[in-house]
Ligand binder design. Structure first.
Ligand code: PGA
Length: 254
């Protein structure tokens, strides 16, 4: 028996620092052939500079939301090279991924900074995909739940979850881009733990899994009642794989 989901199932493509114009063009030639009403939400986060192009393409194909992979914690001013959530919202961006482990590790983003980013993005009506996850070292030391709880508590400080604008993505750092997926049991345990700490709106919040999600493992992940979708890096770059992931998402959407 399939475990159908009443919460929104989201299949989010995190393209990271990939995709040339040519590659984007080929991706959408294939993606638009799909010509079907997806029951789940297809969401794509390209590099900032490609957001307007994807917005245009989304008007043509009408079947996906467009987002950013990061945003500033500040609204405007002399901050060379930063991108304001206000500018993203102006460009018609639908959502933003915040707190990704690559931002935490390579750009030293703290929980407090991520919290400021979340609050400002919400102020500008962007949906937020807030990422949390433990490193291998933390998992092996038995600290997974402590790390997740601390990231959740600090990241969501002062955030109004009743607005339904926040999704959580659980991404074990050791599973990102490594080909190692958490077992469904490992992922499911952490998802249940996260949900138990989201307060009175917990049942309404989609919790996505990320880390080496592929067409061959998505079904077993989505079959878990607390896994409401996926945040996908590598496998989202190839249209045929991404389409398969979206079709899987649609099969599990109530
Ligand atoms: P991956 O990346 O699917 O390549 O493991 C996931 C992510 O970083 O969001």
């Amino acid at each position: 028996m399939m475990n159908m989901h009443k919460r929104d199932i989201c299949i989010v493509a995190n393209w990271k620092m990939n995709q040339t114009l040519e590659e984007i063009k080929s991706f959408f030639i294939e993606f638009s052939k799909m010509k079907m009403d997806l029951k789940c939400k297809a969401m794509i986060a390209p590099q900032f500079i490609h957001i307007p192009l994807l917005k245009d393409l989304s008007f043509t194909t009408g079947s996906f939301l467009v987002g950013a992979q990061n945003a500033s914690h500040l609204e405007k001013g002399a901050f060379t090279g930063d991108i304001s959530p206000l500018a993203l919202s102006d460009m018609g961006c639908d959502f933003v991924i915040l707190g990704h482990s690559e931002r935490r590790a390579f750009f030293q983003e703290s929980d407090e900074l991520i919290n400021q980013k979340i609050l400002l993005a919400l102020k500008h009506h962007l949906k937020v995909i807030f990422c949390v996850g433990e490193t291998l070292e933390e998992r092996e030391a038995g600290k997974t739940n402590d790390v997740i709880l601390s990231q959740l508590t600090k990241g969501l400080h002062g955030v109004d979850l009743s607005l339904g604008q926040v999704m959580i993505a659980y991404e074990p750092v050791w599973a990102i881009g490594t080909g190692k997926t958490a077992t469904t049991a490992e992922a499911s345990d952490v998802h249940a733990f996260i949900r138990s700490h989201l307060g009175e709106f917990a049942e309404k919040i989609s919790i996505l899994y990320g880390g080496s999600v592929r067409p061959d493992n998505i079904d077993s992940l989505l079959n878990e009642k607390n896994i409401d979708g996926a945040l996908v890096g590598g496998a989202s770059l190839k249209a045929s794989d991404y389409i398969q992931l979206c079709l899987a998402g649609s099969r599990f959407q109530y």
